[in-house]
Design a protein around this ligand. Structure first.
Ligand SMILES: NC(=O)c1ccc[n+]([C@@H]2O[C@H](COP(=O)([O-])OP(=O)(O)OC[C@H]3O[C@@H](n4cnc5c(N)ncnc54)[C@H](OP(=O)(O)O)[C@@H]3O)[C@@H](O)[C@H]2O)c1
Length: 312
């Protein structure tokens, strides 16, 4: 495994982490061996959130790694999205809510501090909430968190956050089908910022399973994308495949290698999957695309991929 420094925070993370989105929820149970295998392969970074699977994601992680020395694990978790009983959700990044949720995250992760504490796609009006930033700074100074960050979709929101706060972590969607973060790659280096990359395989579109029949009709993702976007993803992935799969790479590995090549400050967190699939994605660590391959991707579609913003 190769490691990268997470911005100027001093936190050393494996260059491929594991995203633990719905871990512990429906269809995502029994993944303890996959998590342990990732750790055995050198992964130390696990991304979760207080609301993933109603807390089961954090709880599973805390349980699976309870025997591991604390300094061998980097916990990245999030607060600020509140799932409602009826299935919807709302945002709450007030200081009171954060303090309450932070204590719950500590308990579930079985720890006394969080390494990367992230606001979970908040409304950007939160930037004006001085009390929130004062409290996060206080937690930083007290060692309760080692870094705080923002999960967001737009580069301009990321820049506003970096201008206004001491937060030095970002989490953004970034893959060949969504190149929004390219606008701020230079800022990562100059400002000492680390970026966790959510949805690095375009939600499964940049994997070998992607086909006209997968994800199946009715899958939540396919509904979110819509059929027109689904068809366009298929077309673009077919164009990308020969380049990403060069040098014996699996498609998912090619997508992750594209990220690892484009900047030393980004760290993909592919979603937790089966044991075999996690070995494949973690296996992307150390892989890089050649200059010619990076150029070929930039030149696909007349250079049009740089303008793509295919969402989660
Ligand atoms: N901050 C936010 O709002 C936010 C939003 C979304 C995601 N995230 C973070 O980003 C992480 C990753 O995002 P994501 O899971 O949505 O997208 P992703 O990592 O781009 O793709 C996950 C999909 O790829 C499949 N997959 C994984 N490895 C594979 C392999 N080697 N071969 C074939 N298929 C493979 C998964 O399989 P399965 O069918 O087994 O699941 C799943 O369907 C999340 O876990 C979470 O930590 C954060």
């Amino acid at each position: 495994m190769r490691y990268r420094l997470f911005g100027n925070t001093g936190i050393s993370v494996s260059e491929v982490g594991v995203g633990c989105g719905p871990l512990g929820g429906p269809g995502k149970t029994g993944l303890e061996p996959a998590l342990r295998r990732a750790f055995d392969l050198g992964v130390n970074l696990f991304d979760t959130a207080d609301m993933y699977a109603g807390g089961a994601s954090e709880d599973t992680l805390g349980r699976v790694f309870a025997d591991v020395p604390r300094d061998k694990i980097v916990w990245a978790t999030k607060f600020g999205t509140v799932r409602e009983a009826g299935g919807g959700y709302h945002k709450d990044v007030s200081v009171g809510h954060m303090k309450q949720m932070f204590e719950q995250s500590l308990r579930r992760l079985r720890t006394d501090h969080v390494d990367i504490y992230q606001l979970h796609n908040p409304p950007m009006t939160c930037l004006d909430d001085d009390a929130l930033w004062r409290e996060l700074d206080r937690m930083l100074d007290a060692g309760k968190i080692r870094c705080y960050g923002l999960s967001i979709d737009l580069a301009k929101s990321a820049t506003a956050f970096l201008d206004r706060t001491r937060g030095r972590g970002l989490q953004m969607v970034f893959n060949p089908l969504n190149q929004e973060p390219r606008a701020i790659l230079g800022e990562l280096a100059t400002r000492g910022v680390g970026m966790l990359v959510k949805v690095p395989m375009a939600g499964g579109a940049l994997t070998d399973r992607f086909s006209p029949d997968w994800p199946p009709v009715g899958d939540e993702r396919r509904q979110r994308w819509g059929e027109k976007n689904f068809a366009e993803r298929l077309r673009l992935v077919n164009a990308l495949r020969p380049i990403l799969c060069g040098n014996g790479r699996m498609l998912a590995q090619g997508a992750l290698a594209w990220l690892l090549t484009i900047s030393p400050h980004v760290i993909p967190i592919p979603g937790i999957s089966s044991l075999a699939r996690i070995e494949e994605t973690v296996g992307a660590a150390g892989m890089r695309l050649s200059d010619a391959e990076m150029k070929a991707i930039d030149e696909l579609e007349g250079g049009g991929l740089k303008d793509l913003r295919f969402g989660w």
